[in-house]
Design a protein around this ligand. Structure first.
Ligand code: MN
Length: 613
């Protein structure tokens, strides 16, 4: 035997090794790094340290000096008892440990320790101190801090969206976990593809919603379940990957209810995944659209914010969810803009859909796709989808479906089922009051979402007394304003009989109603129509409220098809600049002012050709 084989082995612990890689009784090399009354601290690698009690010290210790130590004990609390050893003949053996991959969801159990993981960089935010990287893997998302000097971008070779390998110590700061990065590097193409696939597969599985039944019995909703599950999975995945979500909705009670249901579910899911305390504010936005479609004005504003946030805060481009609008041809120009920026879009809506929008959407739930109609309101869809996103919100939000049903005057059997579900706390009259309070308040909120005020009106904040008082007050104000409007304009309503036997009522809302105040022209026409329907119970009634360049149509007891009339008018009168749409029997039409008389005349003729129910 050679002398080398006889020599004592001294182990050198690799930096990626942990306490569990040590063996009691073996000898290691270590570096002296600090002193206490009772002995010296010795680091066996960058993160594993032990104590040589003064009774076990053989030489005079100086910081930074390398000595040999034997491991005498490893205590349950992680303390390591070392004994200094002096040997002259030995061979060094390096212990390298395969890096243990940690998942982001396990960081909380590893505070104070060094972790290694592979993940994706979702967001990079430069602060006046460190650079904050938001990391995403299949299990969750956490922040990591890199620091070179104050305000300077750390790891400049790492970009947003990169797959990276990360090492660092897990710290707890103000209740938030954070990795203090010691190393981060982009993975090679090959490695990145593997990691991406691993994360993608696991995320898809995690995003899959729970298999819960609908809140109510409904054939139409049952048929829509697969598409609603798909939407819920897409929204869940956005939350898990720190992709901002923007919900655009029609600015009426139904649209608000549908969007707020999603808001509640997404915020709850964000908070569940334990993110920064204000993550729900920069990762979720809700915005009302005045028109019943996604206007160029809306997408322009949204793109402006999204592109800025992407540059300023290193955010991903958002996932856009359109609700109670988004399924008609009028949405196309905005959808094309979104496509230029590679922004994925989801629609759930109950307006009569045009097939052409689907090529721009990653999913689209619409009762018309499965033989249903607008009686399944957006708010009902929103509540069901929200439960799939985060089942825990169900109790809080189920009354939103009932409010939406009465707000949009659903005549589907589902209306009563949702009302029955919440009858104890939200009887039908209260649902109606909430709906009109929402309409009234949104008029004055204009383009703002009024997040907290709307939650108060919907009894979603904890202060029930305030909610009751607020709803009561808003309903009173709303009714007063409507009464005043009706008193003013009813005397100006003109009546005509149509060829098909329907009563047609005409009202110039531009000159015979208050302007720029509540109720706006569409709502005014609706209120007038309701009164006319009461006065002519059981008979077919069409109400046409018009201004200089628009007309709002409401009807009862006649099988109108407003989108079809708009198409025909557009073809027949190229110089009238016709466009518009809406539901089959409720909608609006625009034209150029100079063609008003002939456009209205032809429209009235057309209405007279539709059959009576
Ligand atoms: Mn609606």
């Amino acid at each position: 035997m050679s002398s080398a084989e006889n020599a004592t082995i001294v182990y050198r612990l690799g930096n990626e090794c942990e306490i569990s890689d040590l063996s009691i009784g073996k000898i290691y090399s270590g570096i002296i790094e600090g002193f206490a009354n009772f002995g010296s601290f010795v680091y066996l690698n960058d993160s594993v340290k032990g104590l040589v009690h003064k009774s076990n010290i053989l030489t005079t210790h100086k910081a930074g000096e390398t000595i040999m130590v034997r491991i005498n004990a490893i205590r349950n609390n992680g303390n390591i008892d070392l004994e200094e050893i002096i040997i002259t003949s030995y061979t060094i053996e390096q212990i390298s440990c395969k890096k243990r991959q940690t998942l982001l969801c396990d960081l909380k159990t590893r505070v104070g320790r060094t972790v290694h993981l592979t993940c994706q960089v979702a967001q990079i935010k430069q602060t006046s101190g460190p650079t904050i990287f938001t990391l995403v893997d299949e299990s969750g998302t956490e922040n990591a801090a890199g620091f070179i000097e104050a305000g300077k971008r750390a790891f400049p070779e790492v970009g947003q969206g990169n797959m990276v390998s990360v090492s660092g110590e897990v710290m707890q700061r103000g209740g938030q976990l954070q990795i203090e990065l010691s190393d981060m590097r982009p993975l090679s193409c090959e490695e990145a593809a593997l990691v991406e696939q691993r994360i993608e597969d696991a995320l898809n599985e995690r995003a899959e919603p729970e298999d819960i039944p609908l809140l109510i019995q409904s054939d139409v909703l049952q048929l829509l379940r697969p598409e609603m599950r798909k939407i819920a999975a897409q929204i869940r995945k956005a939350v898990f990957t720190a992709q901002p979500i923007l919900v655009r909705h029609h600015a009426d009670a139904d649209g608000i209810c549908s969007a707020v249901a999603i808001e509640q579910a997404v915020v709850s899911l964000i908070n569940e995944s334990g993110k920064d305390y204000d993550a729900d504010y920069f990762l979720f936005k809700r915005a009302p659209s005045k028109a019943p479609f996604y206007e160029i004005e809306d997408i322009t504003r949204d793109l402006d914010y999204a592109t800025r946030d992407s540059i300023r805060f290193g955010q991903k481009m958002p996932l856009i969810v359109l609700t109670d609008n988004g399924s008609t041809e009028e949405d196309l120009p905005s959808m094309k803009m979104a496509e230029v920026y590679d922004i994925p879009m989801i629609v759930f809506d109950h307006h009569h859909p045009d097939e052409i929008v689907d090529q721009y959407l990653i999913s689209h739930a619409n009762p018309y796709h499965v033989g249903g109609d607008f009686g399944i309101t957006a708010g009902m869809l929103g509540v069901e989808i929200a439960r799939l996103i985060s089942p825990g919100v169900e109790e809080r939000i189920k009354h939103l479906a009932a409010v939406a049903a009465v707000g949009d005057r659903s005549a589907a059997p589902e209306r009563q089922r949702y009302l029955d579900l919440v009858a104890e706390n939200f009887p039908e009259p209260l649902c109606k009051e909430i709906a009109s309070a929402l309409d009234y308040e949104q008029f004055y909120l204009r383009f703002n979402d009024g997040r907290e005020i709307i939650k108060d009106i919907l009894f979603l904040n904890e202060n029930e007394k305030r909610s009751r008082e607020l709803v009561y007050l808003l309903v009173k104000e709303s009714n007063n304003a409507i009464e005043e409007q009706i008193r003013t304009c009813m005397p100006h309503v003109q009546r005509r009989e149509l060829d098909n036997g329907a009563h047609l009522f005409l009202l110039d809302v531009e000159i015979h109603a208050h302007k720029f105040t509540f109720p706006p022209p569409g709502k005014t026409s609706g209120e007038v129509h309701d009164r006319l329907c009461q006065m002519h119970a059981g008979q077919p009634v069409v109400t046409l409220g018009f201004g200089p360049d628009f007309a709002v149509l409401r009807s009862r007891g006649i099988l109108l098809n407003i989108p079809e009339m708009v198409r025909n008018l557009r073809e027949e009168m190229p110089g009238a600049g016709i466009n518009g749409g809406g539901h089959l029997v409720v909608g609006s039409i625009k034209f150029v002012e100079g063609m008003r008389e002939s456009a209205l005349a032809r429209l009235i003729e057309m209405i007279g050709t539709y059959p009576i129910e």
